[in-house]
Design a protein around this ligand. Structure first.
Ligand code: ZN
Length: 188
């Protein structure tokens, strides 16, 4: 019996391993006409709110779980055993439950995304490399005209909103989409 391999080892039937390799390619999803700028070109500055004070994300979610469990427990007794007395307690406990759910969800989202709009149009939550949660605002210098830019959370009232650097001098045309993954990490 011959050990010869009669199958062709050449030709075009080989697997093209490189097909899924996009390194070096420019993938333009949502292609726009706008040029892109690096954070260095825009001179992005991070301005801490609340004097740079921060919370620990582990503690925030632990506190959220404890508060949530306590308010669920309280809610049960507020709803069932004392008919007639429950209304204000129920509201308070419902509120505590909602707050704790928001805290747990926010710290989980933040750990994954590192960047999240917080409140108003200019405050953002960020997480540091050791789990600290910070409230920051961002400014930049407009690459077209050199004016100040502020990062703002804008969009239709009910619709999806996104984060843009908007020029003070020409807020209609000098607008830059932020890719938050380009921001430098917060070292703690
Ligand atoms: Zn400008």
């Amino acid at each position: 019996m011959s050990g010869d391999n009669h199958g062709s080892q050449t030709g075009d039937n080989s697997l093209n391993v490189g097909v899924g390799d996009f390194r070096g390619a420019h993938l333009n999803i949502n292609q726009t006409e706008r040029p892109t700028f690096t954070p260095q070109q825009m001179d992005i500055q991070r301005a801490p709110a609340f004097g740079g004070r921060h919370l620990n994300s582990e503690r925030v979610s632990a506190f959220g779980y404890v508060t949530g469990a306590a308010s669920l427990f309280g809610l049960y007794f507020a709803l069932f055993p004392f008919p007639g007395k429950q209304s204000s307690w129920t509201m308070l406990l419902m509120f505590a439950l909602m707050v704790s759910v928001v805290m747990v969800v926010t710290s989980a989202v933040l750990r994954r995304r590192k960047f999240e709009h917080f409140f108003g149009s200019r405050h953002y939550l960020e997480i540091g490399d050791r789990g600290g949660i910070y409230v920051n605002r961002f400014t930049a210098t407009c690459p077209w005209c050199g004016s100040n830019m502020h990062l703002r959370h804008v969009g239709p009232k009910e619709g999806p909103r996104s984060d843009h650097f908007i020029c003070e001098r020409n807020p209609r045309q000098h607008v830059i989409d932020l890719d938050p993954t380009l921001l430098p990490d917060i070292e703690e």
